[in-house]
Design a protein around this ligand. Sequence first.
Ligand code: SF4
Length: 446
Amino acid sequence: MSMESPAQTARADTDPIVEVRNLQTAFYTDKEVIRAVDGVSFDLTPGETVGIVGESGSGKSVTARSMMGLVDNPGVILAGSSIRFTHLETVREFATKFSRRTVDVEELEAEHDVRSLLERPGIDVTPAQLGYDSVESMTIADLLAAGYGDQLGLTDGDDCVFITEQSSGEVVDGFIEITRLEGKPQRAMRGGKIAMVFQDPLTSLNPVYTVGNQIKEALRLHQDLSGRAATKEAISLLEAVGIPDSRRRVAEYPHQFSGGMRQRAVIAMALACDPEVLICDEPTTALDVTIQAQILELLEELQEKRDLAIMFITHDMGVIAEVADRVNVMYAGETVETADVHTLFANPKHPYTEGLLQSIPGRQEGDRLQTIEGNVPTPNEPPTFCRFAPRCPKAFESCDSVHPVSVPVESGVDDHTAACLLYPEDVSEIDRIERHSETQSTEGEH
Ligand code: SF4
């Protein structure tokens, strides 16, 4: 947790710790390019849970894996994507540890301006691609984070720490660009600063080592603890996640734990790294309803104690209602609606969100969301139409020829957006279509 006084940092406690902008992750096969995540943007803030919801194939898990640096061949995070980790203590730590990969952005800003950089031959990125309305809103840091610094000769391929403000020689603001991490900085970030809990605890647990040894390994790697101190901490972590008789349990193997206990042990392993951000990918899907409720309660308690930023992925709107503060609804690689959880449930706007809410079953055990007719399409082309159109009960003519972009559902309501040609709803249909078409034409090809 940050111990900075206001004078030492340019960021407030309520500022996001992770800023995802225009994330595009594609998979190249012999036959086609699958745009699994296509222009996704959102923030994670300490103490808050962002729920990511959608059917299988909507891009939720690829978004998480992109944040963890776990996208394997043939997957690629495309240029123009940015995932900034802004936790000041970590930025300072990385700037010291990885000084050769650290860039002083203030220096570059004194020497260059964005407009002239964008006019250089071969640079065809547009402000819209980086999520801005105009060149004036962009900074050199945006170009660097999105990978264009290499093309412009401002950064080397492995630069990943960007210092944007210093005072008396001390870093006051900056970020680590997660999409540029590899090697040691990536290992330090993955697990150490951002940890992930998967659906199947057996994916994370090695059957041949005791649970205690696996937690102690995480403590050794990320907190430099070993011997008795590590054993003591492993026991107290098992206690913290509600495992009874943890002194005995610490010496047991994963097969001696029940499903719910294993997921608790995995959460203890994630916490052993003392992360700032916890990504939970369907962590309760394989558990029965009672154990699911206990795990959700545990995550809430841990978040409160540790001020964790949590990203919670699920296909289950019932779970979202319980855990999320804000919700991003994803469909075919795109975010189609975002709002705070109460607004989303009380006043959903995107036809897909409406469908998801209407398909919440009687909350009986084992129900899944299967009542929207048809399937999520494979997003294998740049979008030139609404990807939900073939399943949408409200589709009209323009839906087949205009790609909707995220807009406020009503003019001036910036924290509730929908990517649908029906919005903003206080604007005439002609103006709405024009607005979506204009933004689409400045997006260009990725
Ligand atoms: S843009 Fe058209 S097809 Fe797409 S969700 Fe909105 S109304 Fe439905």
